[in-house]
Design a protein around this ligand. Structure first.
Ligand code: FAD
Length: 412
């Protein structure tokens, strides 16, 4: 007899694995299809804000990850033009949802921890989805190897170039014209940085340096390639990227330059920065259709300027699994009438998830875009406004957007 999956998730990234683990915690099986032959780790580490830790606690892996990642105590933003601090803010404060918690999390450790908690066979590696078809109440998922899977629910957690998003008619993400170079420096004998997020802005560039623990510093550098820097567009040679960062980092302390110098070439990558036009999220049915939906970057690609894309993907995973659990925790049956009822409940849960996430996604994408634009602009006037008036407002925005609780897995 032909097998029918209840829930197929495309992509074993942050959103896909969080959704699968949320469902598993509630006793619901899902199948995750991943095109790579193993977990795909790009970008080394990322800042995780209070909202991310609420989600990690909801799926039961927060404490495991806390053991290897230092809590950050604050942020210091400095101007690369004057070389002086323009704003400082403590993270040791309370928000609407309790104490703030910010850490720089290794991506590999996050993905491996998520995957380890899932039952064997949940993730199918080397399974690249190439197209999608409909068959009554089901979706047919076509893989690159020619095989076809039949499923009651299809969730695209397949990132910025989502195949599922394309099937839903979601427009391709827009380019910002900006790029980011990211790196991770290891200090086997320990580094001397305090538990602070150090950010440097001005003159068309923006960079950040964050300790993951006593031995590891993660950093990023964002820029807009002007005619002067056009040679760096699409640059894949890490030694050239390193040189480019060292030449353009501006007035920063020597220890910061040392972090870049210390970064090995296999720990540097570059990526273009893209985002979804936030207004595109708002019309009814903009991000789902029947029993198909998207989450994570497939739903809300955003620029990394407030460090929220991955955190929002974690939120999505918890909220989506909560909605789907309400459909699948009911008694299953093969009866045709009930099949129709189940389809209608699935459609409602897709709509509920999408409605619940659209304003949150809108505000995160729009804030990130605005913060990035101001922080990275150059010119005497904008330097003055940013450093004297907007610096504290922009730093405050980071905590404001992080002050969100996606709730527990069960709504009781
Ligand atoms: C420079 C930069 C810095 C960032 N910094 C931060 C930060 O500090 N904090 C933060 O929260 N976020 C940050 N982000 C954003 C964050 O990286 C993303 O939002 C997050 O990785 C999205 O997770 P995801 O699971 O939606 O997608 P992804 O991580 O892209 O995972 C998608 C998965 O789907 C798989 N896949 C794709 N297509 C298919 C297919 N057809 N079939 C099967 N599998 C498929 C891929 O192989 C991949 O494993 C940053 C992003 C960038 C570019």
């Amino acid at each position: 007899m032909e097998t029918v999956e209840d829930i197929v998730i495309v992509g074993a990234g942050i959103a896909g694995l969080t959704t699968a683990l949320g469902l598993h915690r509630m006793g619901i099986r899902s199948l995750v299809l991943e095109s790579w032959e193993g977990l795909r780790v790009t970008g080394f580490a990322f800042t995780t804000w209070t909202n991310a830790w609420k989600a990690l606690d909801a799926i039961g892996i927060g404490d495991t990850l806390r053991q290897h990642h230092q809590q950050l105590k604050g942020i210091v933003v400095s101007s690369t033009v004057s070389g002086l601090p323009v704003s400082q803010m403590s993270f040791e404060i309370k928000g609407k949802h309790g104490n703030h918690e910010i850490r720089c999390l290794r991506r590999k450790e996050l993905l491996e921890t998520l995957a380890k908690e899932l039952p064997a066979g949940t993730i199918r590696f080397g399974a690249k989805v190439v197209s999608i078809d409909e068959a009554n109440y089901f979706k047919l998922v076509h893989l690159a190897d020619g095989s076809i899977l039949k499923t009651k629910v299809l969730i695209g957690c397949d990132g910025i170039n989502s195949v599922v998003g394309k099937w839903l008619g979601i427009p391709k993400p827009s380019s910002t014209g900006r790029y980011a170079i990211r790196g991770m420096a290891e200090f086997p004998d320990g580094h001397s940085f305090k538990q602070k997020f150090l950010q440097f802005v001005g003159d068309g560039f923006r960079s950040g340096f964050i300790p993951c623990d006593q031995n590891t510093m993660y950093w990023f550098f964002t820029y807009t390639p002007s005619a002067q820097y056009k040679d760096t567009v699409g640059e894949v040679d890490p030694s050239k990227m390193k040189q480019f960062v060292l030449q353009n980092i501006g007035k920063v302390p020597k220890e910061i330059v040392d972090v870049i110098e210390q970064t090995s070439l296999d720990s540097i990558i570059s990526a273009p920065l893209k985002f979804r036009q936030p207004l595109n999220l708002l019309w009814p049915g903009a991000s789902y259709k029947d029993n198909v939906g998207v989450a994570g970057d497939a739903l809300h690609p955003m620029t990394p300027d407030i460090g929220q894309g991955g955190c929002a993907a974690l939120e999505d995973g918890v909220i989506l699994s909560r909605h789907l659990s309400q459909v699948f925790s009911r008694k299953q049956t093969d009866d045709k009438v009930l099949e129709k009822e189940e389809y209608s409940r699935i459609k409602k849960s897709m709509k509920k998830f999408s409605d619940e996430r659209k304003w949150r996604s809108f505000e995160l994408i729009a804030t990130a875009y605005m913060v990035g634009m101001i922080q990275q602009s150059s010119g005497k006037f904008i330097d003055l406004i940013r450093d004297k008036i907007l610096a504290s407002y922009l730093a405050g925005m980071l905590l404001k957007r992080a002050d969100f609780d996606c709730g527990k897995l069960t709504s009781s």
